[in-house]
Design a protein around this ligand. Sequence first.
Ligand SMILES: [Zn+2]
Length: 224
Amino acid sequence: MKLQRLEAKIKGSPIPLPLYPLPRLYFHTAWLLKLLYPYSVWKKKSEKTIYLTFDDGPTPGITEFVLDCLAKVNGKATFFCVGNNILKYKMVFEKIIDAGHSIGNHTCTHLNGWNTPTQNYLNDVYAFEKIFSTRLFRPPYGKIKPNQISKIRKTYQVIFWDVLSGDFDETLTKEGCLANCLKKIKEGSIIVFHDSLKAKEKLEYVLPELLNHFSKQGFLFSSL
Ligand SMILES: [Zn+2]
């Protein structure tokens, strides 16, 4: 965890406080969400297998990079795509399918369930079916109301995660992002990365390193 020096500045004479670790709250949200959504999938009971997931794509330039990295280690992953991005980048989407990876529903317009009336939310989820049929669903931002998830669970396996890579976090360095992943990933872990431009810099550094590190230890990378 990055250490930050907190300083109380009083009229030009800073009073330095001890080095203090500031917790990154999103690393810990999984515990809270697990209590809220006990019937969802957070981690698998698989020996020597890791489940990489990539949200928000397809994104030209990023998706292909991820596919190349996975191909080098003969790994499979799960892409939680945004329906509208599939429609925009059909050729890129086809490359994911051709490479044999899994596809998950991440709504058509990347809705935040907490701010969206349930029927609107469900319409957006089910509209994805017209684009691609899958039994896997991940709520954008991990934010979904209990009455939304209880309906969605009837037709989908709802997939959360046990490791957030932090690839979207502008205050985290790429080295910090890698260190976070290496420390937290265990057998059966489900890890969130983003197939999007905001994650590009970290993804290009972290993904090859991570795949190399765990391949050497005999881990397999599987789709859900
Ligand atoms: Zn998302």
